[in-house]
Design a protein. Structure first.
Lengths: 509, 497
């Protein structure tokens, strides 16, 4: 008799992985939808169960096929991976629950079963990247996720969608290849692929220069997948032309999981001593993020297409997460991790709002949304609330991460970074409020708005679930910030913070 | 049964406006039920605040901690006399404004009244939370809630003008608060290790340890003074005239009382409980702010003189009067701090009357330009009579309440030896006379060749509240001693004479 609970880690990945081909075999629209929804729900339940177990018993190590690591593949669930998997699976389920009318409207009916299969594979890839403790396995899941996203993006309504997918495919493949080269070099140096094993065997102090090359390749590879400025060019088009449901899911989760992989790489494999003291990763991340935040936010201000606007905003928001990682104290890292979660909620929610507008107005262009608050008050209000979260107004989740990052920057004695960060966040006010004004204060309604009506209740309810979560996690933070802090503490060596501040103060102990 | 303690009174006082919001939405379709809920809640709130104030003015400092919102940062409320006075003024005037708003909004056939009353209550909630805030973090949260909840009120009419006004309003208030205020709080936290408001300030240890010099202290003070954009210190005052596109009850309670007073109140609190009056005096880091405030006082009055639109004139007058309170904080003597605190109450009662009058004139005679109001006093004697009384208080002449607060501020300038500023205060009072008094005086004089108008006041719901506040501004003159007495503890223990 197998104890199901001890098998949860493998089930988390296996269930959606096997459900995907079943979707293809089943065909049809309703059956595949219900199956995918059930699978997503189950996956979410498993992720919550795992997170609870981690909370109770500590990190879970699961040996696949009972092969002992480092020979076999090991799955590891710790606070960080548990946290990320929880919100990835939650958003996958909520977006799917919300998406049926939007899917029906935007994706050709004959391709629905393929869509659901790809959706499940996409989620499998993300969850796999989180849970696995094997570096090559990370690459495998990264590719599963990427290939599925290329397919999902190409399902968009216009003929630009396949082109956007191709653009993403080229850049994404380059990124993944860089990552793979890095893995190869590490394998060559250590003879193992298990992450903790690599970490134990790497001699970061006196090791060969290959180490730097491997680190460089893997960092750049993940930069592409995270859409870090200036390697972000694939993202706006992909988010813009993909079906709304795909955008909502991918925008909320994919880049965050890449950030997760990056955190693992920097803190789990190479160790912060190497990354921040021997390598100038801190300065690089801070510099790139600040420039990226400004450039992407300004670009967002000038977009007419709201999907593209939010896409540029995503590039900017990734900058805040990397700022947290780049300053590398417990508090800033906590801020970075919690911002992954908060931003997933905010951006997922906002893209769901866009999906509702696209469904009713047939366009994601802002000029077609004029005065939509009159006919679609609930959807418009959801934008306003989610937008406040994106700006980071108190009582929203966005404020919590921004505040942590701000005070963290002061603690790390980087007041300049704090100031620049605050200035940059003002740009978010501009691009969020442009949309609010168009929705609420347009003298003339656009023709599409005049014929429109409020989005269906079955889209509104899941959407408000996410939007209200933005408010709830802005007021009640022990869960999100608590988990993030626990994760950050486990990633950084003890006494790290005092070492960092001393280093900045001129090295005096 | 809930026991009547200070802590309970605090959360009850903050929950009541929230209840009003729920009520307003529940009964949005039945205006009479909806409004009676607002009135009932505002009355109860005022009652609760009065009973809480007994506790506070007797020397108590009730506290309520709601727990950490972000690790290390607690939502915490501590009621001290300054906040209590502000809460009393805001909640007391909310009662009258609700009555007035009913008359105004119905007399004017405004749309979206449900949203209006709900946002109004939300703003009062934020005002209560700000008044009781026990640390800078809580104050900031309340401050931002207030900005967001008043935005729909400013843009109430929904036309292009409202949109433009709202843009300036939100743009200035949000950007200054995020760029400067938030930064200043984080900086203070790093220096002091806390953001609590404490008697005597929290920055002294950092100063004595050499973590921050006088120059940097001046910069920090500047970040606060300009980060708290609601204090409308020039040159970031533009949002206040822009906010005048809102319906008059909003201009009256929010942009003469609640919102702007949260601004100056926060500046005072920062000066007294974060920097500490002694520290400001010793380091001289607030001296520059005295002059900036002085300029703001004069220029505000001068600009007010050029405005023909009554609400615009009152708005610039508010800019000028708010700078008095900032000056009180910047002078950093016990007398000036108390004067600044008193002026919160004095100006609130006076200015709300003036705005009530502006609204009544608009509802009753559909006039908003001063040049069109000649002879109108015959038709609206109560309105213009009240205007005159309130104007006297704003100017600072007996028997108006404002005379006392201005007196203490003048004493502060003399104590600091800044006679230049003493003169500024006097000149500004003269300017006040020049731009306020002619309005009612000319209204009572019928222009030549025109028949005297017959009595035609605004609806009763509009006129009664403004008469009450006008009488209140005179009564305050006689009760100023009481206010001084309850405010004294805020500067207790300071060494500065």
């Amino acid at each position: 008799m197998i104890d199901v609970f001890s098998q949860l880690p493998i089930l988390l990945v296996a269930i959606p992985l096997f459900a995907a081909p079943i979707c293809v075999l089943l065909g049809g629209r309703w059956l595949t939808y219900l199956l995918s929804l059930t699978v997503c729900g189950t996956t979410f339940a498993i992720a919550v169960g795992l997170l609870q177990q981690v909370g109770k018993f500590g990190t879970i190590h699961y040996e696949i096929g009972n092969w002992k690591p480092p020979y076999g593949i090991e799955y590891v669930v710790d606070p960080l991976s548990g946290f990320v998997m929880m919100f990835v699976s939650a958003l996958a389920a909520v977006v799917l629950l919300y998406g049926k009318p939007s899917i029906d409207a935007e994706i050709p009916r004959s391709k629905h079963y393929l869509f659901y299969a790809c959706y499940l594979l996409c989620m499998t890839g993300l969850l796999g990247m989180c849970i696995t403790g094997d570096l090559f396995n990370v690459f495998v899941f990264l590719e599963i996720n990427s290939l599925a996203s290329y397919a999902l993006i190409s399902l968009g309504r216009t003929r630009r969608a396949p082109l956007a997918a191709l653009q993403y495919l080229i850049l994404g493949t380059i990124g993944a290849t860089f990552f793979l080269i890095g893995i190869g070099l590490l394998y060559q140096m250590t003879g193992t692929l298990n992450m903790s094993d690599i970490a134990g065997r790497l001699d970061t102090e006196t090791g060969p220069r290959t180490l730097l090359v491997a680190f460089g390749f893997m960092t750049v590879g993940l930069f592409v997948k995270m859409a870090v400025f200036p390697l972000h060019s694939w993202l706006p088009n992909s988010y813009c032309y993909a079906p709304s449901v795909v955008t909502a899911f991918v925008a909320a989760t994919a880049t965050k999981v890449s950030v997760y992989a990056f955190i693992r790489l920097v803190f789990g494999i190479f160790k912060p001593d190497f990354a921040f003291e021997q390598m100038p990763l801190g300065a690089l991340l801070i510099g790139l993020s600040i420039v990226g935040i400004f450039v992407a936010s300004i670009a967002a201000i000038f977009q007419d297409d709201v999907k593209r606007l939010l896409a540029y905003s995503s590039v900017a928001q990734i900058g805040y997460m990397l700022l947290g990682i780049g300053m590398a104290t417990t508090q800033t890292l906590t801020a970075g991790i919690v911002h992954m979660f908060n931003h997933a909620l905010i951006k997922g929610g906002l893209f769901m709002v866009v999906g509702c507008f696209v469904l009713r107005l047939g366009s994601s262009r802002l000029s077609d949304w004029r005065g939509a608050a009159k006919t679609m008050p609930w959807t418009s209000l959801a934008w306003a609330i989610g937008g406040l979260g994106l700006i980071g107004v108190p009582m929203t989740a966005g404020f919590v991460s921004k505040w942590l990052l701000l005070t963290g920057a002061f603690q790390a004695e980087q007041p300049l970074v704090a100031g620049v960060m605050l200035m940059s966040s003002l740009l978010a006010v501009v691009y969020v409020w442009r949309v609010v004004e168009t929705l609420y204060f347009s003298e003339q309604l656009s023709p599409a708005v005049e014929k429109s009506k409020e989005a269906p209740v079955w889209m509104l309810v899941p959407m408000y679930l996410v939007i209200l979560a933005v408010v709830v996690f802005g007021v009640w933070t022990p869960f999100s910030v608590g988990l993030a802090a626990e994760a950050a503490e486990s990633l950084l060596p003890t006494d790290w913070d005092s070492a960092v501040t001393n280093m900045d103060a001129g090295g005096a102990p | 049964m809930i026991e009547w303690t200070g802590a309970n009174a605090i959360w009850i006082s903050m929950t009541l406006p929230l209840l009003a919001i729920v009520w307003v939405f529940l009964f949005g379709k039945i205006p009479n039920v909806r409004e009676s809920g607002s009135i009932a809640v505002s009355l109860v709130l005022f009652g609760v605040n009065i009973s809480l104030s007994k506790l506070v003015f007797d020397g108590g400092r009730p506290e309520l901690a709601l727990g950490e919102m972000v690790p290390g940062f607690e939502l915490k409320f501590t009621v001290e006399p300054l906040g209590m006075l502000f809460a009393l003024v805001a909640s007391g005037l909310w009662v009258l404004t609700t009555l007035y708003a009913i008359g105004y909004m119905r007399g004017h056939h405004e749309k979206n009244q449900t949203r209006f009353f709900a946002c109004f209550a939300a703003a009062i909630f934020a005002a209560m939370a700000a008044a009781y805030a026990g640390n800078l973090f809580t104050l900031f949260v309340a401050y931002e809630i207030m900005t967001v909840s008043t935005y729909p009120l400013v843009t109430h009419h929904g036309d292009a003008k409202a949109k433009a006004g709202g843009r300036v309003y939100l743009g200035i208030l949000i950007s200054t608060s995020i760029a400067f205020f938030m930064f200043a709080i984080a900086w203070t936290w790093q220096l002091a290790g806390t953001t609590d408001f404490r008697d005597g300030g929290i920055l002294r240890p950092a100063f004595e340890d050499g973590l921050i010099g006088p120059g940097a202290l001046a910069v920090l003070l500047g970040l606060f003074a300009y980060g708290i954009g609601k204090a409308a210190l020039m040159p970031i005052h533009r949002w206040l005239p822009a906010a005048m596109v809102a319906p008059t009850p909003v201009s009256a309670l929010l942009h003469a009382v609640a919102v702007v007073k949260v601004g100056v109140f926060s500046v005072l609190k920062v000066a007294i409980y974060v920097f500490g009056i002694d520290l400001l005096n010793e380091t001289g880091c607030s001296e520059w702010l005295c002059y900036v405030a002085g300029v703001s006082i004069l220029v505000g009055s001068l600009v007010a003189m050029t405005k023909d639109n009554l609400k615009a004139r009152l708005a610039y007058s508010t800019v000028s009067q708010l700078a008095y309170i900032t000056l009180g904080a910047a002078l950093a003597t016990p007398a000036s701090a108390i004067g600044g605190g008193m002026h919160i109450a004095m100006h609130a009662v006076g200015k709300i009357t003036l705005f009530f009058c502006a609204g009544a004139i608009y509802v009753g005679a559909h006039k908003s330009n001063i040049s069109d109001m000649r002879g109108l006093g015959r038709a609206m004697p109560f309105t213009f009579g009240a205007f005159l009384l309130a104007a006297i208080s704003i100017i600072g002449l007996p028997p108006g309440g404002g005379s006392w607060s201005k007196w203490f501020l003048a004493v502060g300038t003399v104590e600091r030896g800044m006679y230049f500023l003493t003169a500024t205060l006097m000149i500004s009072s003269l300017l006040n006379i020049a731009y306020l008094v002619p309005i009612p005086v000319r209204a009572f004089m019928t222009p030549a060749g025109q028949e005297p108008m017959t009595l035609k006041e605004a609806p009763l719901m509009c006129v009664v509240p403004l008469c009450i506040t006008a009488v209140g501004s005179v009564l305050l003159f006689f009760f100023a001693h009481e206010i001084y007495g309850v405010m004294e503890p805020i500067v207790g223990g300071t060494k500065t004479p």
